[in-house]
Design a protein around this ligand. Sequence first.
Ligand code: IVH
Length: 691
Amino acid sequence: MTKEQAKKKISELTKVLNQHNYKYYVQDKPSISDFEFDKMLEELITLEQAFPDLVSPESPSQRVGGTITKSFNTIKHDYSMLSLGNTYSEEELTEFDNRVRKSIGDKFEYVCELKFDGVAISLKYVQGKLVQAVTRGDGEQGDDVTTNVKTIRSIPLELHNSDYPDQFIIRGEILMPKSVFNGINKEIHDELTEDGFDEEEIKEKLLKNPRNAASGTLKMQDSRIVSKRKLDCFLYFLLGKDLPFSDHYESLKAARKWGFKVSEYIVKVKDLQGVLDYIKEWETERFLLPFETDGVVVKVNNYQLQTELGFTAKSPRWAIAYKYKPESVATILNSVSYQVGRTGAITPVANLKPVQLSGTTVKRASLHNADQIEKLDLRLGDHVFVEKGGEIIPKITSVDLKHRDPSAEPIKYPVQCPECDTTLIRLEGEAVHYCPNQSTCPPQIKGKIEHFISRKAMNIDSLGEGKIEMFYDHGLIKDAADLYLLKHSDIIGLEKTLDSNGSQKKISLQEKSVSKILKGIEESKEVSFPRVLYAVGIRYVGETVAKKLATHFGSIDRIREATIEELKDAPEIGEKIAESIKHWFAQPENLELIAKLKDNGLQFDLGEQVKLMSNKLSGLTFVVSGKFTKFSRDELKETIELNGGKVSSGISSKTSYLVAGEESGPSKSEKAAKLDIKIITEKDFLNLLNG
Ligand code: IVH
């Protein structure tokens, strides 16, 4: 293809892709399938790769990201980015309305809009093209996040029509849709559950709310990840010299025609009553929207009147925000159940009389732990208030004591495991109770086997939760190693009753499933050591930690024999993980499991899999400290190990070199100097390796 032909094709594809993008993300009316869209986009990217000088900054290919921003430049806003005064009641709104009317009289309109709960953004367009996207920052200057913002499909890179001002700023809110937020959290939850974290620990690691998530995403260094996170953006404020309209409402209507996503729920009202009606209408209706809103914004429509009203130091006098109170509903606490996780951690869950809250039906609420139950002083049958408060899992905030039955007994936290009757334990300093019976508590055993077969572990996808339960219930498996003893005759025709939508259904294992299951189990014997190590389910040994351990020690026996200190010498292993590993190997049933799995031919060392890159560093022990330019600290450690060297965390007489990067701590250098140990730079290290 000649350059001329490529140019023509690129321009055609750009036009069509932009049109479809607009239909899909701004108008919500897709007209082609994702598959067709992706095919065209791929064609465009291939052409752009062949003719890189034909790539324009507005190309739809910019939407997929790829640029890494190490640190965001600070940009001064052309116009300060003010926030709005907040009100929480009708009285405060009436005061606002009185102030406005005192200043400009009664002849004006208000515009009412939803207050989006996201991250404010300021976009600059020059000659119809997006040239800059800046966060609010301190209101005077913010971060240049243009590359990341370009991945947001609903933000036009090039405007439609031609009646837009030559240069203008448009401001709006970047949001993470609820569905995207929930999806990401589900993924994090599943992954951490697999890694053996309990509910309390997982809760700390989940994205807190869509606003935080949007803000964190916008500041990510890798725009490719930003692109995948499917942010959205509503625009609500046009700024510039000589705007061609006399009021805000007309400006937003025009912005919509230029290709911006402007909310369809913007209305003009003639007085305060109109504002109050709008607030009432959206009070509960807003929960049905696909993104979070936390209030209503009220603006005087006419630009001339806005100018007359002016600004205070912090916010305009012509606009105000009304914030909805977090919704709280009353319901009844029917019972408390106690779930037992794979690690034995107990999670108390409140079972509630179903109630509508912020757009969803709530039947259960998290109670976290025994302290929480005690703090709330809960009794069965209590009338309780439930709130979502920006978090996903609703929580009980208080008890309505007016309705309390005086004879109701406080809830007693169980002393024994609800599944196996073993006495629960509570470790010092921890809020969570555990069932210590790792070897025979059914949900712990089943949970461990489910983890063992999971995708990132042994990946036996012909098995699943249902089949594990079936084999366990029939007494065929008591641990993961028993899977390898299953025979055709054990499982053919095995039956299980399923509850599906209230009716019971019997299923039985047929020839096809049986042979698939046995084949899957057999094939898993080829799974590499790091994944087997992850599969056996040591608390805190997730996928990455398992890889690091496997590379560092090479075999399960060396991991078992390692002291806490030696474990901590491996990259990324700290005290908590090291102790958990030691504890795991101290349990006889775990050693037995390893022995049984070994007998069945599973991989418990790296064998031929890791070929040393060289032996150049053999016999040398390194301590690594500080930051490096060519490697991350862990990469440097791995490089040492792959070239036959040893890495240790503390300087001792056995240390051969201290590799000191930037910000390397002075205490290490001092100790090295004292012991006459060579201190080398990253460059020296590379010379040593390559010399
Ligand atoms: S107008 C000078 N309209 O809420 C007025 N703001 O505390 C510019 N927000 O800074 C803002 N929805 O980040 C406006 N429909 C809306 C909004 C909105 C959300 C945010 C925005 C603003 C903050 C006010």
